[in-house]
Design a protein around this ligand. Structure first.
Ligand code: BDR
Ligand code: CA
Length: 323
């Protein structure tokens, strides 16, 4: 009885992000996911400076009608200086697009304190799921401050790391490179996590015609999507959108159980994700509610993507937002 009631419940969700054009896509998908109840939105410095990522998040949340508290996040990494991807996302991070202004306020509280609060609140509902699509600084600070947090979270889906080459130098993926020490804290924790890695987001790249077809779906957000598309004229790699789409469609990604660590010592390889592969593959995976959780931390690495199903999911979700 309890189980069938839980199956119909929305899954509580917290999103940690650094908008960013592909974050803007991911957040738009989140606004079209009735399966989830967005409880917390946390900005972090990443693609561009915190002043921009936080303001972009505030404006996107208001425009998209995304519920949830707006936390105050980290403006710098735990130990290293800021790196930036403003050249890829445009000055200000939104491909030069002016998001509608809003009065929606930030909470006074820090994101890491709100995350703990929301995790405690969601325990009786199967646990809070976290989608992290930026550097992992906020989450690391939360895990350090609240040692029992990992046991309270349903799981973490993160976009980051790579089982192939990096996109910030030859070895490191950008989100992890921004704050390798935070990533390592997350990997060392008891948290169950699924990593949507760069090699797989690249395999899901959208061709120009596919992007054009998606932008032609007439939603209030088409002007933003068109601005983003014109920023990526050939192929569009919407890394964060794949992680968000997987939340509602577990058929999109297949996984392998691994152990993950992040290189934090060697300067040349700083931020590289390193894996011990188990050979145990899962064609499909979703995080079970807390009451069914296995005791040890589970690390899953994305191994392949069903591209057609992914494009279909983007289409379906945008159609649901039609004017
Ligand atoms: C990741 O880095 C950022 O530039 C994107 O928003 C994405 O989260 C891809 O490496
Ligand atoms: Ca991002």
């Amino acid at each position: 009885m309890l189980e069938s009631k839980m199956q119909n419940q929305k899954i509580p969700l917290a999103i940690d992000c650094d908008p960013g054009i592909d974050d803007a896509w991911a957040l738009l998908l989140a606004a079209a996911m009735p399966e989830f109840d967005v409880r917390l939105l946390s900005p972090v410095a990443g693609n561009v400076d915190y002043v921009y990522t936080s303001e972009n998040l505030r404006r996107l949340a208001a425009w998209y009608g995304l519920p949830g508290k707006l936390g105050r996040g980290a403006s710098q990494a735990l130990e290293i200086s800021r790196i930036d991807a403003g050249d890829i996302h445009g000055k200000g991070g939104m491909a030069g697009f002016d998001l509608p202004p809003t009065e929606r306020p930030f909470e006074q509280a820090w994101s890491w304190d709100l995350l703990y609060e929301e995790a405690c609140r969601a325990e009786a509902e199967g646990g809070l799921l976290v989608l992290a699509i930026g550097p992992l600084t906020n989450l690391a600070l939360a895990l350090e401050k609240y040692p029992d947090l990992a046991a309270k979270l349903r799981g973490l889906v993160l976009m980051g790391g790579s089982a192939g080459p990096g996109n910030h130098g030859p070895y490191a993926e950008f989100n992890i490179a921004c704050d390798p020490h935070a990533a390592q804290l997350v990997f060392e924790s008891e948290l169950n996590l699924a990593m949507v890695s760069l090699d797989v987001t690249h395999a899901a790249a959208l061709q120009r015609e596919e992007m054009q077809a998606l932008c032609a779906i007439d939603t209030p957000y088409s002007p933003l999507l068109k601005a983003i598309a014109s920023f990526m004229p050939e192929q569009a790699v919407l890394h964060d959108a794949l992680a968000a789409a997987y939340l509602v469609n577990p058929e999109l990604i297949s996984w392998e159980e691994v152990e993950i660590r992040c290189e934090c010592e060697d300067d040349v390889h700083l931020g590289q994700t390193v894996f011990s592969f188990s050979g145990r593959r899962f064609e499909r995976f979703t995080f079970p509610p807390l009451c069914e959780r296995t005791s040890r931390p589970l690390h899953l690495l994305s191994r392949s993507v069903n591209r057609e199903a992914y494009v279909g999911e983007l289409e379906r979700r945008l159609n649901a937002l039609k004017k």
